[in-house]
Design a protein around this ligand. Structure first.
Ligand SMILES: [Zn+2]
Length: 701
C-alpha cells in the first residue's frame, strides 16, 4: 500500500438539513476532520476539505410537515444555520456545498447511469404501501400504525419511537397513511437494486485483509460483522417526490435513494469548488501552490487518481454507508478511488444520557454560540479532550468548566501571560537576549524539540485526544519552567538571567502558536498577534529560536477567562428546562370541555385577591389553609396546593380566585371560594397572577 500520497481528499459527514445539529455531531466528525486538515495544510500538503448539507430523503419533507412549511424552506433555513455554526466554530471547509444544487443532481445521475449502463443494477418489482387518496407511494415515515412489539399506537413504518424497535411498514398493525389518514393499499412498484452480495469477495480483500491493521477497531469490527452476516441487494431508488429524479424513461415519481446520492455530495462539492475556482468566483484564504491556476476538471485527480488519500470522517451510525455501500458504488463505476481510511467516531453522551435534539437533551451548536459567542476554542478543546474515538464518551458542563479553568486558564493562559507581563515590565516588550543556557534550560529545549513530531504522529494516527493532551503538555512544560526558574524573583539581582528565561519562555509560546493552530485556531491567531509572530508552518515548530532577540512583541491580552460556577449552573438548568419543555410539548393537551353559553360563563365571579396568611393543615399533605383579602372581605379558603407551594411563598402573593363558589367544609373548616391555578400536563401547579399588581377584588372576565 502506498503511503506517499500526492494529495488528500478529506470529507466530513453531510448533516441532514432538517434541524439544528448538536455538539455531539461536532465531536463525531467535524472537529477531528478539521484538526487533521489544518495540520496537513500547515505541512504544506495539497488537501481539499469538503462537506455540505444533505437535503434529500424523507427527513426533509417530514420536517416540513412538522413546521407546516415547504421542504425548500426547511433546507434553506437549516443549511444556512448549520453552515454558519460550523464556520463560527472554526471548521475550515474549502467548500460547504448542498445536495440541492444542480451540479450535484447531475453528478449523481451520471454515476447512476454509469452503473445502469454497465448492467450493474438489477430491476425488481415489489409490493409497497400506496395511498389511493393522495395518489402516492408511502415512504416508511409516512405510515403509522400499532407497534407489534409494544402496542404503541403511533409507531412509524421504520421505527417505534416508544420501544425503539426497528420495524418495516408491513409489520405495523392497522397501518394508516399520514397524508390522508386512510389505510394504505399494497401496490406493485419497480426499483433498481445494487446487488451488494456480488462485491463480498472484493470487500473481504479490500477491508478485511488490507485494512486489518490501519482502520480503527470499531470501524473494522462493524464492517466485518456486516460482511460476515452476508450482504443483500439494496434498492437505490425510492417512490418519493423529493429528491433526485431517476434518470431513466417512465420513472415518474421515483427518485434516487438518499444514501445513493448523499455521499456523491462529496464529489459534487469538489466539482463545484473547482468550477468556482476556475471562474475566479472563489479564492482560498491562504494561497496554495497546488491551486495557482485551477481548471474546471481539476477535481478529478482528487477522486480518480490512486495517489490521492481519501479520508471520510463520520459518526458510527454512517459506517455501513461509507465503508460498504458508497465504496461499492465507486469501485463498481470503475472510475473512482475508494477511501484509504474511515476514522469513524462513536457517540458523545451528555450529562449521563444519550444526546438527542428531539428529546431536548442536547447542546445545539447555535445554542452554545449564542451563550458563548467569543469562546469557540473552549468548546473545541473540551470536545477534543473527550472525543469518542474508541468508545462512547461524555460531555458534562462541570468538565467543560474544569477543562477551561484548570487547563486553558491555569496552564496555557497563565504561562503565556506570565512570560508576556514580565517581558513588558523589564524589557520594554521586546524579546530579551539569551546569552547562555543553563542545565534546566537545555533540558526544556530538548523536550520542546520532541513535541511537534509527537503531536503530528498522533494526528496522523487519528488519535486526536492524545494529540490534544500533548498540546497542553507543551504549555505545561512552559508553565513548569517558569515556576521552577522564578524569573520574577531575580529581576533585582540578575536581570540577564531573567532575560534568558523569558527568551526561552517566549520561544515556547511561539511554538505553541504554531502547533495549537489545528486544535485552537482562534487562540493560535490571538497568540500570534500578541507575539507579533505569524508563521504557521509546522516545519518551524520545535525550534528554540523562532523569535530573534529584540523582536518587538504585540499588545498583551488574556487568552482565556475563568468560568464561574453560576455560568455552569445556568447551563444545567437550561438543559433540564429544555428537556421538560420538549416532553410537555410532545404530550397532547386534554380535549376541550363541552361548550357553555356566555350567560353560563358570566355567572362565575372571578377576582384577584391577596393572600394574607397561609398555614399547613394537620394530617393533610395537600391542603393549605389561606386567609385571603378579596377586596370585599377577608375569608378563609382551603386550597389543595401544599405539594407545590410552601405557606411562606404564598403569603403576600396576588392570586386568582372564584369567589361565588358555594362554601363547603373541608377537614372541618368552611372553605369560601377556590384559588385558580394553571395545571401542567404532569399535574404541576403554577399561580395565575396579573402581569402587574392590581387592586384586590379586580374582576377577571
Ligand atoms: Zn414499540
Amino acid at each position: 500500500m502506498t503511503t506517499d500520497y500526492k494529495r488528500y481528499m478529506v470529507t466530513a459527514a453531510l448533516p441532514y438539513a432538517n434541524g439544528p445539529k448538536h455538539v455531539g455531531h461536532l465531536a463525531g466528525a467535524y472537529l477531528p476532520a478539521d484538526v487533521y486538515v489544518r495540520y496537513l495544510r500547515q505541512q504544506g500538503k495539497n488537501v481539499i476539505f469538503v462537506s455540505g448539507s444533505d437535503e434529500h430523503g424523507t427527513a426533509i419533507p417530514n420536517q416540513a410537515l412538522k413546521e407546516n412549511t415547504t421542504p425548500q424552506t426547511i433546507i434553506d433555513k437549516y443549511h444556512v444555520l448549520i453552515r454558519d455554526c460550523l464556520a463560527k466554530l472554526g471548521v475550515s471547509f474549502d467548500i460547504y456545498h448542498r445536495t440541492s444544487e444542480p451540479i450535484h443532481h447531475q453528478t449523481s445521475q451520471e454515476i447512476f447511469l454509469t452503473l445502469y449502463k454497465k448492467g450493474l443494477l438489477t430491476e425488481e418489482t415489489s409490493e409497497q404501501y400506496f395511498d389511493e387518496e393522495a395518489n402516492a407511494f408511502l415512504a416508511d415515515r409516512y405510515i403509522i400504525g400499532t407497534c407489534p412489539k409494544c402496542g404503541h399506537t403511533n409507531a412509524y413504518g421504520d421505527q417505534c419511537e416508544k420501544c425503539g424497535s426497528t420495524l418495516s411498514p408491513k409489520e405495523l398493525i392497522n397501518p394508516r397513511s399520514t397524508l390522508s389518514g386512510k389505510p394504505p393499499v399494497l401496490k406493485p412498484t419497480k426499483h433498481w437494486y445494487l446487488p451488494l452480495q456480488q462485491y463480498e469477495p472484493w470487500l473481504k480483500e479490500w477491508i478485511l485483509e488490507s485494512h486489518k491493521n490501519d482502520w480503527k477497531p470499531n470501524v473494522y469490527g462493524q464492517c466485518k460483522s456486516w460482511i460476515d452476516a452476508g450482504l443483500q441487494p439494496r434498492a437505490m431508488t425510492r417512490d418519493l417526490d423529493w429528491g433526485i429524479k431517476v434518470p431513466l424513461p417512465h420513472t415518474e415519481g421515483k427518485v434516487l435513494y438518499v444514501w445513493f446520492d448523499a455521499p456523491i455530495g462529496y464529489i459534487s462539492a469538489t466539482r463545484a469548488l473547482f468550477k468556482e475556482l476556475s471562474e475566479g468566483k472563489k479564492e482560498f484564504a491562504t494561497p496554495r501552490s497546488a491551486f495557482s491556476n485551477p481548471q474546471v476538471d481539476d477535481w478529478k485527480p482528487y477522486w480518480q487518481h490512486t495517489d490521492t488519500k481519501l479520508v471520510h470522517f463520520i459518526g458510527k451510525d454512517n459506517i455501513v454507508f461509507h465503508c460498504l455501500i458508497f465504496p461499492i458504488m465507486l469501485h463498481a463505476s470503475g472510475e473512482y478511488i475508494v477511501p484509504a481510511n474511515v476514522p469513524a467516531n462513536e457517540f458523545m453522551n451528555l450529562e449521563g444520557d444519550k444526546m438527542s435534539t428531539s428529546r431536548g437533551w442536547s447542546i445545539e451548536m447555535h445554542e452554545y454560540l449564542e451563550d458563548f459567542p467569543t469562546k469557540p476554542d473552549e468548546l473545541r478543546y473540551t470536545l477534543l479532550t473527550n472525543l469518542p474515538e474508541t468508545k462512547d464518551s461524555e460531555f458534562t458542563w462541570k468538565d467543560f468548566q474544569a477543562k477551561n479553568n484548570n487547563e486553558l486558564v491555569a496552564i496555557f493562559g497563565n504561562f503565556v501571560n506570565r512570560a508576556l507581563v514580565l517581558t513588558q515590565k523589564h524589557f520594554e516588550n521586546r524579546v530579551p537576549v539569551a546569552d547562555t543556557w543553563q542545565e534546566v534550560d537545555r533540558k526544556v529545549i530538548d523536550e520542546l524539540k520532541l513535541f511537534p513530531e509527537r503531536i503530528a504522529e498522533s494526528i496522523k494516527a487519528y488519535r486526536f485526544r492524545e494529540a490534544t493532551a500533548y498540546l497542553i503538555d507543551l504549555a505545561r512544560l512552559g508553565n513548569k519552567y517558569l515556576t521552577e526558574t522564578e524569573p520574577w524573583k531575580l529581576a533585582k539581582t540578575d536581570l540577564p538571567r531573567v532575560g534568558a528565561v523569558l527568551n526561552l519562555a517566549l520561544q515556547i509560546a511561539a511554538n505553541l502558536s504554531i502547533v495549537a493552530e489545528p486544535f485552537l485556531p482562534f487562540t493560535s491567531k490571538k497568540l500570534s498577534e500578541v507575539l507579533n509572530f505569524s508563521s504557521k508552518n509546522w516545519s518551524d515548530a520545535g525550534n528554540p529560536s523562532l523569535l530573534k532577540a529584540n523582536h518587538q512583541l504585540g499588545e498583551a491580552k488574556l487568552l482565556f477567562e475563568k468560568m464561574e460556577d453560576e455560568v455552569i449552573e445556568n447551563q444545567l438548568k437550561k438543559l433540564n428546562d429544555k428537556k421538560k419543555g420538549m416532553e410537555l410539548a410532545a404530550t397532547p393537551a386534554e380535549p376541550a370541555k363541552p361548550e357553555v353559553s356566555f350567560d353560563e360563563f358570566s355567572k362565575m365571579d372571578i377576582r384577584i385577591a391577596k393572600i394574607l396568611k397561609a398555614e399547613r393543615v394537620e394530617k393533610s399533605k395537600k391542603l393549605l389553609k389561606l386567609q385571603v383579602d378579596t377586596g370585599m372581605d377577608v375569608r378563609t379558603v382551603m386550597s389543595g396546593i401544599a405539594e407545590y407551594f410552601t405557606p411562606e411563598e404564598m403569603i403576600g402573593k396576588q392570586v386568582t380566585i372564584l369567589v361565588n363558589l358555594a362554601p363547603r367544609k373541608i377537614m372541618g373548616v368552611e372553605s369560601q371560594g377556590m384559588i385558580l391555578m394553571a395545571s401542567d400536563k404532569d399535574g404541576k401547579l403554577r399561580m395565575l397572577q396579573p402581569s402587574e399588581a392590581v387592586a384586590q377584588g379586580s374582576k377577571v372576565s
